[in-house]
Design a protein around this ligand. Structure first.
Ligand code: IMP
Length: 179
């Protein structure tokens, strides 16, 4: 195990299996609605999750990226800043927003609002992780990989000061690394 990791919360095998389940569920849901989602992933944390998830979405999707800042160190900050906007207009589209983790929920709320303001017809959210104990705004992801306790986690896209995103599992960061 990596020296920065206190314990593994979600193994690589569990993530692979869950991505397959989520991909199948998403494909079924959109097929029933006769819609193909425009997949929007939030940089950078959602990239490993997006890469695994889309292999299991059996629809002719397109994906695009947005980069918003909402996090510094281990504390979420209020307003989001758009560092990279989408390449295309989302007017009239059904968006599937891909997130790494829903923590306070502020990022999700702001980005969802923004996409609706840009004319998106529908915005659904899929998040690899959910920390419900930390929520400060009322918002839930439509599809969640794993609910986790209130711990600072790294790996499978999640970082601490931009490091550890490449770990193939989700683990708890050792306290001495940020205290
Ligand atoms: P929210 O706006 O508070 O929901 O924060 C969402 C963002 O905070 C996520 O997209 C992550 O980038 C970051 N974040 C929240 N919790 C963690 C964590 O435990 N480890 C790493 N990043 C986190």
């Amino acid at each position: 195990m990596h020296e920065a990791v206190d314990k593994i919360l979600v193994s690589q095998e569990a993530i692979m299996k869950r991505c397959q389940e989520l991909g199948e569920e998403i494909s079924d849901d959109y097929r029933k609605k006769n819609t193909v989602p425009y997949v929007v992933a939030l940089l950078k944390g959602s990239v490993p999750f997006l890469a695994e998830l889309v292999k299991h979405i059996d629809l002719d999707i397109q994906f695009d990226f947005m980069d918003v800042s909402s996090y510094e160190g281990t504390e979420s900050i209020g307003d989001i800043k758009i560092n990279k906007d989408l390449d295309c207009s989302v007017k009239g589209l059904s968006i599937l927003l891909v997130e790494d983790i829903v923590d306070t929920g502020r990022t999700l709320k702001e980005v969802t609002k923004l996409l609706k303001n840009k004319g998106a017809e529908d915005v659904k959210v899929v998040s690899l992780l959910d920390k419900p104990d930390r929520r400060t705004v009322e918002i839930e992801a439509d599809y969640v990989g794993f609910e986790i306790p209130n711990e600072f986690v790294i790996g499978f896209g999640l970082d601490y000061d931009q490091k550890y995103r490449n770990l193939p599992f989700v683990g708890v960061l050792k306290r001495e690394y940020y205290e």
